[in-house]
Design a binder for this molecule. Sequence first.
Ligand code: GAL
Length: 654
Amino acid sequence: MPVPGVSLGCDYNPEQWSPDVWREDVALMQQAGVGLVAVNIFGWSNLEPSPGKHHFDDLDEVLDLLHAGGIRVNLGTGTSSPPPWLSARHPEILPVAIDGTTRFPGGRQAWCPSSPVFRERTLDLVERVAQRYGNHPALALWHVSNELGCHNALCYCENSAVAFRTWLRDRYQSIEALNDAWGTSFWSQRYGDWDEIQTPRLALSLRNPGQLVDFQRFSSDELLGHYRAETAILRRNSSAPVTTNFMVTAHIRNLDYWSWAPEMDIVANDHYLDHRLGNPTAELSFAADLTRGLAGGRPWMLMEQAAGAVNWQPHNLAKAPGEMIRNSLTHVARGADSVCFFQWRASAQGAEKFHSALLPHAGTDTAAWRDVLRLSETLQRIGEVAGTAVVSDVALLFSWESWWSSEGEARPSQAVTYLGQVHATHRALRELGVTVDVVSPDADLSGYRLVVVPGLYMVGDAAAERITEYTRDGGHLLVTYFSGIVDERDRVRLGGYPGAFREVLGVLSEEFAPMPPGDEVRLSNGATATLWTERLRLAGAASVASGPDGTPAITRNEHGDGTAWYVATELDPRGMRDLVRNVITAAGVKAVGPETDGSVEVIRRTGEGRSYLFVINHGTTPVACPVAGYDLVTAEHITTVVGGGIAVIREEKA
Ligand code: GAL
């Protein structure tokens, strides 16, 4: 980690303010215990105000001021948004949307990931920044670009088409192999030459799903290529660690972070509560677990979150008293060793002037600022947890490829979503007090008591075989519907659903039978089911619950030394929780916390000779701690945590 302990940090945009404010900023940062700031994130037009003319004086001064104040720097390469002169001179760098129309400058990130001109100008800037600051004493971490692909991940311009063809040649080698992979015999789509292939712009009818999933893969790789190109320059000029901020969140899905994560020196994530979702706090916990999975279980950084409201949702809710601290501690409980915010000082101008910040428009005589000081003190008090790890015996498999491909244009039900299934299973485990590792379908599963596979529509042979073997060797498996349906080419696995998992689950589904949204049926075990049913028959498994006509809806199969459960419908939250309770009991999974409606989270972090129990009480009434002990937050021996409160209990190690 760039800063010891559990650090507090933020984005800092001094270019929006005059130099006298910078001095006040550093003094207030010291007061608030800010240890790390991300600067130069959107610095390009200041550093290079006209082509080839550079101006580093301001950034020099800011870095020196921060250094003098004892604040470490997470230095942006400054390339996330090009200056207006670049797109004015080279309009060909502008991204083209799915309908073939250009996206113009005036916002941010208006660049095509495959643009050679953009790449060249970017690398020129990075070289200069790296040479100038690569050994600056304040430098703790490099921050490549910013949220790569937040807006521009999918570009459909001619440069992108050229790069897409090169990527496809690499993948398939021959045009015959590509035709085979995309199933182009369908609708007369057979290609005779690479140059005939386009980016998948909007068409008159449904587009080729094989092409769509490859375009997603290509787009993710293209931006990863950009990250690599910037990183190579940083490494030549500096020994500081390098990262970029991921967006593990419900509304952004274009990058396959499983392929990105190994290239990060430290995994960092940006997370904003999304009030458009049914349960934003549960999604925060899921995102934190997934980020820990990306970090391979090692500590990670929360690179951005909001102190209060954001400005980009339809209704931007302020945080309730204590909520910002609970959110922060939830990330720490789930493995973050650094808690950073967007941004330091609320902007007076620009598109984000109504986005919250650590220092609000109203200044320091505010409840928000006092909360920041309280968080800072809390993080200092719990500093000794840094470096410890979250241990779990349940894995949930997550796949961006399944997300992309399962939500294709033509599918059995538009009401079924990938995240819907993922969140439903994670939520049930969270409410049962069980901590979950969210890992790749290609992960080593051997250490887990239970593996949960929600809606894993696309799965390769090797991963499917590993999951089956895991079960055969004594593991417990829980699979939910619309899993195992296609291979990596989006080609249906024939012989009955759920294709890849038929054997391990001991079932065969002859046909999907989705229900119209709004309809529901009562299962034989009392659970309510919606959205999805299947013409499912048993092929070795036992029925655990069935629909009104007797068709199995939940099944259980003994496979080798293990047990595999299948859920062939969308269960209501209570039904899912009841099922998962049975599954964890059978698997011998021990909950860390009590069963609640999600209002209490208990997570354990352990390290050599030390162990800490985080208790986060989202509810309004006190809760009993699963173990009484010394709480680092209040510096007292406690037995309960007050409503809305948090505790970090230092456990006695046996
Ligand atoms: C992130 C971005 C920040 C800021 C923030 C606002 O997407 O990295 O620069 O825009 O959102 O929520």
